[in-house]
Design a binder for this molecule. Structure first.
Ligand code: 59J
Length: 575
């Protein structure tokens, strides 16, 4: 008897059952096949589930001075983090962990417990690699590491406002670190690793992408000059109990900034309790009225009109001059002065008379030519451009005050740039905070070379001749020129303060073949005097002396065996 299933459609049932068996057999065959013949492939697939790309930190570019001395370097550090969910399982080892992390046991305990629900907490950021490894060697479950870099600033407070700093994530926050952040920042790489279910690294497989380190940046600064400037400026600020100060030095031939220092300053390697005043790069972000330090440029403007010659004279009378209801005063009476005498006596009255004779336009043009009121192109964060006023119709008072340095405002860098133009035979070289490896710039001629040279000779007289007010700026072995300034500070409520001053000295040297221009600004000296010729000039003299020597500039004022030349005397002549 044939088996007939007791169902409604026996034939259909048999077909269904056959298909079901065939299907089961196919699955079984597949399992055997995969297990026997494809084992390795599957194992790899399993690992892939735990395969991770982890970032390789990129080294941030080094910042150096012009000679390769490091100003900002990145050192490898180890950051340790913990998985609190794992840490809480082994409280017995917390004491040991706290000890090796150099934390208070109670503090660590409290932090782990506060994070108990999470899978991530920092244990210690930026340990030395040695310290970090010591912790890892304890093999405490739930303790992991990450490689990071930390910025270190070898020049510390000496270049602090210039170099700036990065935040804990290695991003530029201030100064050059901020201005050139893209250039300095690297691109992190990728490394493929296998981790087990706990996230522990099992195998380092391959580097998928190398980290691209950030690029190196060589500044124009000469660290030796930066140190010297820092030290001398600080000394003067302490001696005269001043509020603040800046010094800027420029290579007149290339426009490179060789030194830029400010006080107060700060240690960029320890920024706890940071005083915001100390982080200001005053040389670039503070503007002030340059006062008498612009007088040489007004003289250059006068010579440029052809109406005035160096030997032309001005009568300053009793040292007072009225323009409407406004009186211009000289601090000392000069009488009849030639143009050299005008600068030596620093006569406001004489400069005013000259300016009224030639009109505001030539003075304005020369100030514009030397960069007043214009962007320096340095791209420094927060840099100010100052103000060069423009009037459709210049009144007499406006014309006179512009010519002796009021109603116009500049940064210390702009003022130093102006003197660099004078020292570069009237050719304006664009400024640079970066080392210029080849001289691509031609610059722009803004003052006639003969006129620049005549004004330089006058500035030499200010420093070297009796009664010029610049004697303290003298540099042994070299002829230098410069001009002091003492300017009442603007009052907060308008007008001028009664007895708050800014002491200035600007100059160039050596006279015959100028190499460097330097500006010294000392804000509110309060003890022992306040004249620029007393407070700022000695800083100029000492810093120039060091700079000319360090830059191997040939002395142009040495006594020779055959000639009894008098060092520093006006009769010593030129070169
Ligand atoms: C001065 C000014 C302020 C602004 C005056 C300094 C003016 C002026 C209005 C009186 C001290 C002082 C626009 S002085 O820099 O003439 O450097 O060694 O602040 O004149 O009109 O009790 N500098 N300084 N003037 N204002 N307004 C001299 C001079 C200068 C010296 C000394 C003595 C001023 C030789 C200044 C220096 O050349």
């Amino acid at each position: 008897m044939k088996y007939v299933p007791d169902v409604e459609h026996p034939t259909r049932f048999v077909i269904f059952l056959t298909l079901l068996l065939l299907f089961a057999a196919a699955i079984a065959a597949r399992i055997v096949y995969l297990h026997v013949f494809h084992h390795e492939f599957l194992a790899m697939q399993g690992d892939a589930r735990a395969m991770r790309n982890i970032p390789i930190p990129a080294h941030r570019g080094v910042i150096t001075d012009r000679n390769g001395e490091p100003l900002a370097v990145s050192t490898p550090v180890m950051t340790l983090w913990g998985n609190p969910k794992e840490l809480v399982k082994d409280k017995a080892r917390w004491g040991e962990l706290a000890a090796v992390l150099e934390l208070k046991p109670a503090e660590l305990m409290q932090r782990i417990e506060a994070n108990a629900g999470r899978e991530f907490m920092y244990l210690a950021r930026r340990l030395t690699p040695e310290h970090g490894q010591k912790v890892l060697d304890r093999k405490i479950a739930g303790v992991y590491s990450r490689e990071e870099f930390q910025r270190f600033y070898p020049a510390g407070e000496v270049a602090a406002q210039l170099v700036g700093f990065t935040n804990i994530d290695d991003q530029g926050q201030e100064g050059v670190e901020l201005a050139f952040n893209d250039w300095l920042t690297g691109v992190p790489g990728k490394r493929q690793v296998i981790k087990d279910r706990r996230g522990d690294l099992i195998r380092d497989l391959q580097v998928r992408e190398n980290a691209k380190p950030g690029k190196e940046l060589a500044l124009s600064i000469d660290l030796r000059l930066q140190y010297l400037a820092h030290r001398e400026l600080r000394k003067a600020i302490l001696e005269f109990e001043a509020k603040a100060g800046s010094l800027v030095m420029i290579d007149v031939r290339t426009g490179e900034i060789l030194a830029m220092v400010n006080h107060p300053t700060y240690n960029p390697n320890n920024r706890r309790n940071l005083d915001p005043q100390a982080t200001r790069n005053r040389a670039l972000i503070d503007v002030f009225e340059p006062g008498s330090t612009v007088k040489p440029f007004s003289i250059a403007a006068a010579l440029g009109t052809g109406r005035w010659r160096p030997e032309s004279t001005v009568d300053t009378g009793n040292g007072q001059m009225r323009i409407g209801r406004y009186t211009i005063r000289d601090v000392s009476r000069g009488g009849l002065l030639d143009l050299t005498g005008v600068l030596k006596k620093s006569s406001n009255v004489a400069i005013s008379k000259i300016a009224l004779d030639i009109g505001a336009q030539p003075v304005y043009d020369i100030m514009q030519g030397i960069g007043f009121g214009a962007d320096t192109g340095l791209g420094f964060p927060g840099e100010r451009v100052g103000q060069l006023p423009m009037h459709r119709k210049w009144g007499q008072a406006e014309t006179a005050t512009l010519a002796y340095g009021y109603g116009v405002s500049v940064t210390a860098v702009q003022l130093a740039h102006a003197y660099a133009v004078l020292g570069n035979q009237g050719r304006n070289m664009p400024l640079s905070l970066l080392r210029r490896d080849r001289q691509a710039e031609q610059g722009t001629q803004v003052i006639d070379p003969k006129i620049s040279s005549d004004v330089m000779t006058m500035l030499q007289a200010v420093v070297e001749e009796a009664g010029g007010g610049g004697a303290r700026a003298q540099v042994p072995g070299y002829h230098v020129g410069g001009k002091s300034g003492t300017a009442k500070k603007l009052a907060a409520g308008g007008g001028y303060t009664k007895s708050s001053y800014r002491s200035l000295f600007s100059g160039v040297g050596p006279i015959d073949n100028p190499r460097v221009a330097t500006v010294v600004v000392i804000d509110e000296p309060s003890k022992g005097g306040y004249y620029g010729g007393l407070v700022a000039a000695p800083v100029f003299g000492r810093v120039m002396a060091g700079a000319l020597r360090m830059l191997n500039v040939r002395p142009d004022n040495l006594p020779t065996e055959t000639q009894n030349a008098v060092v520093g005397s006006a009769q010593g002549g030129r070169g």
